[in-house]
Design a protein around this ligand. Structure first.
Ligand code: ATR
Length: 282
């Protein structure tokens, strides 16, 4: 018998701001599991990522969540990947097994569930507009392109990155960033996956006056919780989905795989995260 805690964590750069340790720490506490979930900084690039993962496996970690800028590296590092991670070309959850590593993309299900809870069924969305083409966009586009039957348009500052994602799907196209305002007229669902609007990043400057009154707006940024995009959408009376819901839902499958217990996502957990975000503002 050993009393060593079960180990897991989140890797990225920067990582100090991550709320994932709070989520997993709360679930560990509730389930009474002897476990630890650490935030680990790994500098950008595949080589540092590989060295970091090899080291964590040596130390006995069961797996990690992966965030900016390593979601594509995570897929490359894994020996096997869930179909949805392969399709998205990115992974946010790694499960370390004895001799191999499995990659999941739970951003896809996390995003889909957060929309569903807000009363948005992807199958009913005709035209979606995605801002950004980084690792998070890959999960969001996979959800929109595969569950939805409509058209998806990606706008990204670096158009080549949007084109690389669009090439994976029949119903996805890439457009120049500055053409975005015109697309809003026909948009049913607008999703920001860029890091614009996040605390200490530049603002996302977009005028959403042209969005139809029936449109919904989702922002994966959760710090601040009410981004200027979501505030503008609320002021117009549009349905909004904030980044915390997606964050909580994407966390659950990893927790279950590493710690062997199905976690509960409830208002109490959300309040814990909101309180922490408020504390950080002071
Ligand atoms: P993540 O894995 O969270 O998606 P990422 O891969 O670093 O993070 O992607 C960040 C996204 O925000 C990218 O789409 C990026 O655009 P580029 O592909 O052109 O870099 C976008 N982004 C970041 N800063 C931006 C800015 N100042 N203006 C426009 N887009 C920006």
């Amino acid at each position: 018998m050993t009393n060593d805690p079960i180990l897991a964590g989140v890797v990225g750069s920067p990582i100090a701001h991550s709320l994932s340790p709070l989520i997993h720490g709360e679930w560990l506490r509730r389930a009474g599991i002897n476990g630890r979930y650490d935030a680990i900084e790994i500098e950008p690039g595949y080589e540092p990522f590989k060295i970091g993962m090899d080291e964590l496996r040596r130390r006995g970690f069961r797996g990690v969540n992966v965030t900016l800028p390593h979601k594509e590296n995570a897929l490359q590092y894994a020996d096997a990947a869930a179909p949805v991670a392969k399709q998205a070309g990115a992974a946010n959850t790694l499960i370390f097994e004895d001799a191999s590593v499995k990659a999941l993309n739970t951003d896809v299900s996390g995003f889909t569930t957060s929309l569903k809870q807000a009363g948005i069924e992807l199958g009913e969305v005709k035209n979606s507009t995605v801002l950004g083409a980084g690792g998070a966009a890959r999960g969001v586009v996979a959800a929109l392109a595969c569950s939805g039957r409509g058209a998806v348009t990606i706008f990204n500052r670096t158009k080549e990155k949007a084109e690389a994602i669009a090439a994976l799907y029949e119903n996805v196209t890439a457009q120049d960033w500055d053409r975005c305002p015109r697309a809003l007229l026909k948009t049913d669902l607008l999703v920001n996956t860029t890091s614009l609007g996040m605390t200490s990043n530049p603002a996302l400057e977009i005028d959403i006056a042209d969005l139809p009154r029936s449109a919904a707006v989702a922002d994966i940024v959760y710090a601040p919780l009410e981004t200027s995009l979501l505030r503008a959408a609320k002021e117009r009376g549009l349905k909004v989905v904030d980044g915390l819901d997606m964050l909580m839902h994407q966390a659950a499958p990893g927790f279950e795989a590493w710690f062997g217990s199905k976690p509960v996502i409830d208002n109490e957990l959300r309040e814990l995260l909101v309180t922490e975000l408020e504390r950080r503002k002071q």
